[in-house]
Design a protein. Structure first.
Lengths: 261, 352, 299
C-alpha cells in the first residue's frame, strides 16, 4: 500500500470540506443580505445594537463566569482530596462526573424543574439553581480537565514538601496546587464557557434571559439576524477552542459532546 | 552461490543520505549480521530488502531475479520485527498460519505446517493462546515461526532481541541460529549488540553513518579491524597515536618508546602519524625474556569484572587497559606500583 | 522497659485510623452534597415519580404501561431511528474522514486542522446549527437559491428540511466530528508493523483490512457509534429550532410536556424521561464494555 496521498483520501476530505463549509458559507452569505440588493453587514449591526442582544449575551457571560468559578472552587479541592486522601471515593466520584452524559439535558431540566418548583424547595427561580445546573452540565469536562491536570503533577510530594515548610491547607491549595494546574483549569474553563454560552435547554426551561433563548426568539421573528447570530456564535466557539489549543489540549478528547444540542 | 545480492544500494531521504555504496553478496544458507550503532543505516538497508523502502540507487537481486521494485507482499522474504508485530486479534496458530491463509493453501496443509512450526519453536501447547497471554520471548518465537511458516527464501530479522531481557536474549539468539542452520535458510540479522553479532553470524557487515566499514567473519572483524571505527565498536580497544620511524623495519615511536609492529605500515613514510590499536587481552605484564615492545607504566586502577580483571595503567602520557583472566590465587599489583607491560608485534594493529 | 519495647507500645497506640478516615471523607462531602442536591435527587425524582400515580402518589406501573400509545411509540421510534441512522452514517463517514487524515498520506497540517475543526463543530450544535442549515437549505436558503438558478428546485421534488431526513443531515454536523475525535486515537493505535507484517506475509491491503485492521478496530468503531447514538438520542435544541417542535421526538415531547400537560397525564412525562435514561444507560454500558475490549488490543 503506497502512502503518498491516496486518491480516495483526497476525495473523502473534499466531501467533508464541502459538507462542513457549505452551511457555514451559506450562513455567512445569508447574513450579508439584510439590506436589499446589496451585501452588507447590516444584520450584524442590527444584532450588535440590539439591547436584547447585549443584555442576553452579557447575562450568559456573567453566569458562565460564575459557573466556572464555582466549578473551580468545588472541583479542585474535591479532585485534590480524592487523589491525596480518599482514593476509595474515586470510583463513586468518577461515576457521578459521568452521569450528565447518561441524563440528557432535557431530561435533566425536566427533573430539576419538577423537583424544585414545589414548596418547600421552591428555588426554581433562584439564580443559584442556574449556576448549579450549569455546573452539573459542565462537570464531566471541568472535573476531568482538573483531574488530568492533577495527575500530571506529583500531588503527594508537593503537598508533603509544603507541609514540611509549615503551610496549611488553604495555602497549599491556592498557592501551590492551583498555580500548577493552571493550564488544565483554563482548558476546562473554556470548554465550560463554550457550553454555557450556547446553551438553550436549561436557560429556556428555567426561564432565564440567556443568550440561547434570545437566539431562538430571533429565529422565530427575524430573517437575517439569526444567520448573523449563528456566525457570531460559531466564531465564539472557534475562539474558545483556539485558546484551549493554544494552551495545549493535553489528553485528546477534551472537546466532545456539549450540552444544549 | 550467490543467493541475495545488493549492488550499489543507496537511500536518500529529503537531502540526507542514509545509506550509500552498499554492496553485498550473500550465499544461500549464510547468516549475515548488519552491525552498527543507531542511525548507521542497517535497518534501512534491511527494509530495502523487504520492500518497505525503495532504494534511491542500486538493485536488489534474489536468486538472480531483480526484486528492487517489487511490492513487499510479492517478495517472499520473511521479516521478524523488533516489536514482534503479532496480530492481537488472532491466536498464535492463526498468526502463524496467516501467510498460508493468504496464499490460499488448504486447511490441512496449514494445520500441519502450524504444528511443525510450533514444535520447532517449542511452543506446542500455546497454539490457541493470544499474543497478550505470552511473554516477550515467546511472542518473538511466534513471530519467527510466522515468518518461517510461509517458506520464505530469505529471513530478515530487525533487532529481534532488543526488547527482551538479557538472559532470554542469549538463549533466544542461539535458538534462532540453530533453527536457521536446521532449515538452511539465508538470514540477514540487524543488531547493535556486537556480542550478539559475533556469536551467531557467519559474516558481519559493520556499518557507520550509512557506509559499510568492513565485511568479514567474526574472527576477522574482531582480530583484524580495518578501521578505527570497527576497532572501537567491536570489543574494547586501546588506541594510541604514534609516529612512523622506519616503515621498512616497521618501527614506530610512541611517547619516546620504540615499538615494533608486524605489518600494516605500507604506504606510510617516515614521520607520518598513525593510529594504532591493541586489544587489552593482548597486553601482559612483561616477563624477563621479553625484548620487544616493553613499556614502563604505573598502575592506576583495577576493576573486577567477574571472569576478567581489567587493569588500567598509565604509560608515559597514554592510558592502557589490559585484561587478564581472573585467578583468585594470583596476586595482583597494587595501585601506584610501577610495572612493565608488553605486547607482541602482531598485536599492534595499524588503523586506516 | 527497653527503648525498643517502648517504641513498639507507642506504635500500637497510634491506631485510631478510623478517626483519620472520617475526617478525610469530610473533604469530599461538599461534592457529594452538591451531586446529591442537583443531580442525583432530581434524577431520582424522575425514577420515583415514574412509578407513582400522579394524583394519589400510590405505587403503580400505569405510567409505564401508558407509554404504549401510538403517539409515544412513534416518538420513541422516530428518536431511535434518527439516532441509529446518524450513528451509522456519522460513524462510517467520520471513520473514513479520520482515516484519511491519519493514514491517507495527506499533508500533515490537514490532520491538525481536522482535529481543531472537529472540536469546534462538535460543540456547534443547537440553535445556531439550525440557523446555519436554514440559511443553506430553507426555501429562502442560499443553496436552494443556487439550485433554483440552475433549474433544480429541490422543493419541487418533495424535499424539505423540516423532516426526518432533513434533520438527519443537520445532525451529521456534530456526529461526524465526534466520530473523528474519538476514533483517531484508535487509528493511531494501529501499529505500522501490523501492516508491514501482513504485507510481508503476502497480504494485499484489502486482506490486511479484512483480517487484521478491521477486526482490531471493530470494538472501537462499534463503541463510538453507540456513543453517537446516545448523542443523537438526547439531542433537543437542534431539532426544536429547526422544526419549531413539529417533529415527534421523545426529547421534543418531554419539552412540550414541561410547557404544559400535552399528554393529559403528568405521570407520562416522568416515564418518558425514565425511558430515555434507560436507553442512555444501556448505550453507555455498551460503550464501556467495548472500550475495555479496545484497550486490550490497542494500548
Amino acid at each position: 500500500m503506497k502512502k503518498r496521498g491516496h486518491i480516495w483520501a483526497w476525495v473523502i476530505f473534499a466531501i467533508g470540506i464541502v459538507y462542513f463549509f457549505l452551511p457555514l458559507l451559506a450562513t455567512f452569505l445569508f447574513s450579508l443580505k439584510a439590506r436589499l440588493g446589496v451585501l452588507s453587514f447590516q444584520a450584524y449591526e442590527n444584532v450588535l445594537r440590539d439591547p436584547a442582544f447585549v443584555r442576553s449575551f452579557s447575562y450568559s457571560v456573567l453566569w458562565a463566569t460564575l459557573t466556572i468559578i464555582f466549578g473551580i472552587l468545588l472541583f479542585v479541592p474535591t479532585a485534590y482530596w480524592v487523589r491525596l486522601r480518599v482514593p476509595q471515593a474515586r470510583t463513586a466520584v468518577e461515576f457521578i462526573t459521568l452521569l450528565p452524559f447518561v441524563v440528557p439535558a432535557i431530561v435533566y431540566v425536566f427533573g430539576l424543574v419538577r423537583t424544585y418548583s414545589h414548596p418547600p424547595l421552591l428555588i426554581v427561580n433562584s439564580p443559584f439553581l442556574l449556576v448549579a445546573a450549569y455546573t452539573v452540565l459542565s462537570m464531566p469536562y471541568m472535573y476531568r480537565a482538573i483531574d488530568t491536570g492533577l495527575r500530571a503533577i506529583d500531588v503527594r510530594t508537593l503537598t508533603e514538601a509544603a507541609q514540611s515548610l509549615g503551610a496549611n491547607w488553604p495555602t497549599i491549595l491556592f498557592r501551590i496546587i492551583l498555580p500548577n494546574i493552571r493550564v488544565a483549569i483554563l482548558n476546562g474553563a473554556f470548554l465550560s464557557f463554550a457550553i454555557v454560552i450556547g446553551e438553550y435547554i436549561l436557560a429556556q426551561y428555567l426561564a432565564k434571559p440567556a443568550f440561547g433563548p434570545y437566539m431562538a426568539v430571533q429565529g422565530q421573528n427575524k430573517a437575517y439576524e439569526p444567520a448573523a447570530l449563528a456566525i457570531i456564535s460559531f466564531g465564539l466557539t472557534w475562539a474558545s477552542m483556539g485558546i484551549i489549543d493554544a494552551f495545549g489540549r493535553g489528553r485528546g478528547q477534551g472537546a466532545t459532546i456539549a450540552g444544549g444540542h | 552461490m550467490t543467493h541475495l545480492a545488493l549492488t550499489d544500494i543507496s537511500k536518500v531521504y529529503a537531502g540526507t543520505t542514509v545509506v550509500q555504496d552498499f554492496n553485498l553478496e550473500v550465499n544461500k544458507g549464510e547468516f549475515v549480521s548488519f552491525l552498527g550503532p543507531s542511525g548507521c543505516g542497517k535497518t534501512t538497508t534491511l527494509r530495502m530488502i523487504a520492500g518497505f523502502e525503495i532504494p534511491t540507487t542500486g538493485r536488489v537481486m534474489l536468486d538472480d531475479a531483480d526484486i528492487t521494485d517489487k511490492a513487499p507482499n510479492q517478495r517472499n522474504v520473511g521479516m521478524v520485527f523488533q516489536a514482534y508485530a503479532l496480530f492481537p486479534n488472532m491466536t498464535v496458530a492463526q498468526n502463524i498460519g496467516f501467510g498460508m491463509q493468504i496464499h490460499k493453501e488448504s486447511k490441512e496443509a496449514i494445520k500441519q505446517r502450524v504444528e511443525e512450526m510450533l514444535a520447532l519453536i517449542h511452543l506446542e501447547t500455546k497454539g490457541n493462546s493470544f499474543p497478550s497471554q505470552l511473554s516477550g520471548g515467546q511472542q518473538q518465537r511466534v513471530a519467527l515461526a510466522r515468518a518461517l511458516a510461509n517458506r520464505p527464501q530469505v529471513l530478515l530479522l530487525d533487532e529481534p532481541l532488543s526488547a527482551l531481557d538479557a538472559k532470554i536474549r542469549v538463549s533466544l539468539r542461539q535458538e534462532i541460529r540453530s533453527i536457521q542452520k536446521k532449515l538452511g535458510i539465508t538470514a540477514i540479522y540487524v543488531t547493535h549488540d556486537q556480542e550478539e553479532a559475533l556469536s551467531i553470524s557467519d559474516r558481519i557487515v559493520v556499518m557507520s553513518g550509512g557506509k559499510m566499514e568492513q565485511v568479514g567473519t567474526p574472527f576477522q572483524i574482531y582480530n583484524f579491524p580495518e578501521t578505527a571505527f570497527v576497532a572501537n565498536f567491536v570489543g574494547t580497544l586501546n588506541t594510541v597515536k604514534a609516529e612512523v620511524v622506519d616503515p621498512a623495519k616497521k618501527l614506530l615511536r610512541m611517547d619516546g618508546v620504540q615499538l615494533e609492529a608486524a605489518e600494516g605500515l605500507d604506504g606510510k613514510g617516515k614521520g607520518d602519524e598513525v593510529t594504532l590499536a591493541i586489544r587489552p587481552e593482548r597486553i601482559t605484564f612483561a616477563s624477563v625474556e621479553e625484548k620487544a615492545n616493553i613499556f614502563d607504566c604505573t598502575i592506576e586502577n583495577i576493576t573486577f569484572l567477574g571472569s576478567i580483571v581489567r587493569i588500567q595503567v598509565l604509560a608515559g602520557s597514554n592510558k592502557f587497559f589490559l585484561d587478564t583472566f581472573n585467578n583468585p590465587f594470583l596476586e595482583l599489583p597494587k595501585i601506584g606500583a610501577k610495572e612493565q607491560i608488553s605486547c607482541s608485534k602482531e598485536a599492534v594493529l595499524i588503523l586506516k | 522497659m527497653t527503648q525498643l519495647e517502648a517504641v513498639k507500645r507507642d506504635a500500637l497506640k497510634a491506631r485510631p485510623a478510623y478517626h483519620k478516615m472520617s475526617w478525610a471523607w469530610l473533604g469530599v462531602m461538599p461534592f457529594f452534597l452538591f451531586a446529591f442536591l442537583f443531580l442525583i435527587y432530581p434524577a431520582s425524582t424522575i425514577v420515583i415519580r415514574t412509578f407513582q400515580d400522579s394524583h394519589t402518589q400510590a405505587l403503580t406501573l400505569k405510567n409505564i404501561i401508558g407509554l404504549n400509545t401510538p403517539f409515544i411509540k412513534t416518538a420513541y421510534w422516530v428518536s431511535i431511528k434518527i439516532s441509529v441512522v446518524t450513528a451509522l452514517g456519522g460513524g462510517i463517514f467520520g471513520f473514513f474522514l479520520a482515516y484519511s487524515a491519519v493514514r491517507g498520506g495527506l499533508p500533515s497540517f490537514m490532520r491538525g486542522s481536522l482535529m481543531t475543526f472537529s472540536g469546534v463543530a462538535s460543540n456547534f450544535a443547537g440553535v445556531p446549527l439550525a440557523f446555519a442549515f436554514l440559511a443553506l437549505l430553507s426555501p429562502a436558503g442560499v443553496l436552494t437559491g443556487w439550485l433554483k438558478d440552475i433549474g433544480l428546485n429541490p422543493y419541487d421534488h418533495g424535499f424539505t428540511l423540516y423532516t426526518f431526513w432533513g434533520l438527519s443531515i443537520v445532525y451529521m454536523f456534530f456526529q461526524f466530528p465526534l466520530m473523528v475525535l474519538i476514533i483517531t486515537p484508535a487509528i493511531d493505535g494501529l501499529r505500522r508493523e501490523w501492516l508491514e507484517a501482513s504485507e510481508n506475509l503476502g497480504a494485499t491491503s484489502f486482506q490486511y483490512w479484512r483480517y487484521v485492521a478491521l477486526p482490531i478496530l471493530l470494538p472501537s468503531l462499534l463503541g463510538t457509534m453507540i456513543l453517537l447514538f446516545g448523542n443523537a438520542f438526547g439531542a433537543y435544541a437542534t431539532a426544536f429550532a429547526l422544526t419549531g417542535g413539529q417533529i415527534t421526538l421523545v426529547t421534543i415531547v418531554i419539552g412540550a410536556q414541561l410547557r404544559g400537560d400535552i399528554l393529559n397525564d403528568p405521570g407520562l412525562g416522568y416515564s418518558m424521561a425514565f425511558g430515555m435514561v434507560i436507553v442512555m444507560a444501556l448505550a453507555i454500558t455498551g460503550y464501556t464494555i467495548l472500550q475495555r475490549r479496545t484497550e486490550r488490543w490497542l494500548r
